[in-house]
Design a protein. Sequence first.
Length: 172
Amino acid sequence: MEHPQLVSDVQQLMESLGQLPEPLAEPAFIAVSGLPGTGKSYFCSRLAQRLSFIILESDALRKVLFPSPGYSSPESSLLFRAVHLLIEELLKRGVPLILDATNLSERYREHLYRIADQLNVKLILVRVDAPPEVVRQRLKARQENSEGKSDADWAVYQTMKSSVPPGRPSDV
């Protein structure tokens, strides 16, 4: 039995999604990863236009559960426990989905592999990257225009980039 708060969080996230796409007999699950500002959300929105998938954008979902997010490890842990249960629930209902999150570590992606394996659902991994100068310009424009749902700035990008092991593209 799941913790009552977790069940409540998943319900709150589910209600925030609005209209869901038509269920499919064999829904696909696409997990998009990359550093902030690389174009993940843009890619996901374009993909969803063509495929009629629901997008689970971690930044937007975080703000549903934490209106003034602190981005702490415990907060992220609570968020992703709820997101993983939400993914399971949607896939069980036959809803095709795209997860838009940094997903930088293999350790975090292992949860996604497990969900796909348990539900016998096709998991497609996509990594989005961009040159640092392009990322810097995007993040600066995002901050100036209050665009998007992400609060990540250039300092966050640099911190996250430094935490990714160099020369290990399969783990990024």
